[in-house]
Design a protein around this ligand. Structure first.
Ligand code: PMP
Length: 413
């Protein structure tokens, strides 16, 4: 029973009718954009609790366990993870700004629009930069990177593991080895990869890796996550000039995180306690699936979805050897524009427009990471087939679904 606006006690029947009317308004379209992604009911429910003090023993446990699990997820035993309220862009800002001083050189490996965010952060901090770009859909060439590092002698090399604007995955292991040969610090944007793609922070020589809560980790948006390795911390501690950031200063955050991990609360800025409860459950679910298995699951789903898209005659933007497992960016047929996104939504699935300047209006993006499984990609391919048909495109119904089914069933092996 509830109260209506005039303070009259509603009857049970009226209350049920209200709840049913509200339920009918719930958006039941399937969320298949490359972040934020759909999350499990358990992760969602974890936040449905009274707001707790940030020094409450439950929050202390959530943070301590979340930090330990993040260290495993990034496979970075020597690094200290930081969780701060914010999005992936904050994580990029924290990660890069702490490493650079005015006049320092940054080499940006660009495989889509997100690389340029590192450029903006470098510029704002007075650093110099050089951008090594790949043509749209291709990975940056390691030989060109080696030559650029030798000629430019950067202090920091930035790598976008998976660029969400092109669907291109870079070979972090090779690129960071090349950077390390010349003693450069390596920062990796793993916003669209960590939790879905293979990643070994320490073994690959990554000094700072970062992500956010809303993609392959499977938690709601709102938390920035950064791991700080020993060389990165030393670079911050050895600065010659004062660090201009305040909220973004890792020296404000590292002691707080270390304190939580030691069992005591810490405080710098009020933590997003409710989101921490969501994140804690998401990481618990993540830890229950061994990482190699999780990566293989993402690869299988990606393989099936991309095969389905190709069977519909739609071109995958990323070259096969650089095609990410967390999302697909594909060209729309000639003569079809963003109305395809609306048509697919009318068939029950939300997919995303392209954001890269060369792909805007002629491509679409689908995320398949986190909790995404066969049911979601088959539903999406079905909606894509019907959406194309709605727009008058010739469609061999079942072609995309059939190709995906064969991959999922291992029938091509
Ligand atoms: N890097 C990559 C690769 C991304 O995909 C995104 C977000 N789509 C960001 C950085 C920025 O993250 P956020 O939108 O959470 O600030």
């Amino acid at each position: 029973m509830g109260w209506d606006g005039r303070s009259r006690l509603l009857t049970e029947r009226e209350t049920i009718a209200e709840i049913q009317a509200a339920a009918a308004k719930v958006d039941r379209t399937l969320l298949m954009i490359p972040g934020p992604t759909a999350i499990t009911a358990e992760v969602l429910a974890a936040g449905a609790r009274p707001v707790l003090s940030h020094s409450d023993p439950r929050i202390r446990t959530f943070v301590a366990e979340a930090l330990a699990r993040l260290r495993n997820l990034f496979d970075a035993p020597a690094a200290q993870p930081i969780i701060a309220a914010g999005s992936g862009t904050l994580a990029m800002d924290i990660g890069l700004a702490n490493l650079i001083e005015p006049g320092d050189r940054v080499l940006i490996l660009e495989s889509g629009v997100f690389g340029r965010r590192f450029q903006a952060i470098a510029e704002r901090n007075g650093a110099e930069f050089l951008v090594e770009s790949a043509p749209v859909g291709e990975a940056v060439d390691p030989d060109r990177v080696r030559r650029a590092i030798e000629a430019y002698q950067p202090k920091v090399v930035t790598i976008t593991h998976v660029d969400t604007s092109t669907g291109v995955r870079l070979d972090v292991e090779t690129l960071s080895r090349i950077a390390r040969e010349r003693d450069a610090l390596v920062i990796v944007d793993g916003v669209c990869s960590i939790g879905g793609e293979e990643f070994h922070g320490d073994a690959w020589g990554v000094d700072v890796a970062l992500t956010a809560s809303q993609k392959a980790i499977g938690a709601p948006p709102g938390l920035a996550i950064v791991t700080v390795g020993p060389r990165a911390r030393a670079a911050r501690e050895r600065r010659r000039t004062p660090f201009p950031g305040y909220f973004t200063d890792i020296l404000n955050w590292l002691p707080v995180m270390e304190s939580y991990e030691g069992g005591a609360p810490g405080y710098f800025g009020t933590p997003a306690v409710t989101l921490l409860a969501n994140l804690h459950t998401a990481l618990e679910e993540l830890a229950a699936e061994p990482m190699p298995q999780r990566v293989a699951r993402h690869a299988r789903i990606a393989g099936a979805f991309k095969a389905g898209v190709a069977a519909l005659g739609l071109h995958n933007v990323a070259a096969p050897e650089a095609n990410a497992n967390t999302l697909t960016v594909a060209r729309m047929p000639d003569g079809v524009g963003d109305e395809l996104i609306d048509a697919v939504r009318a068939e029950g699935v939300t997919i995303a427009r392209a954001i890269h300047p060369e792909l805007r209006g002629n491509s679409f993006r689908v995320g398949h990471m986190g909790i995404c499984g066969p049911a979601e990609i088959l539903t999406t391919l079905g909606a894509l087939e019907r959406g194309l048909h709605r727009l008058g495109q010739p469609v061999a119904f079942g072609a995309g679904l059939g190709a995906a089914q064969r991959v999922l069933a291992g029938a091509n092996d």
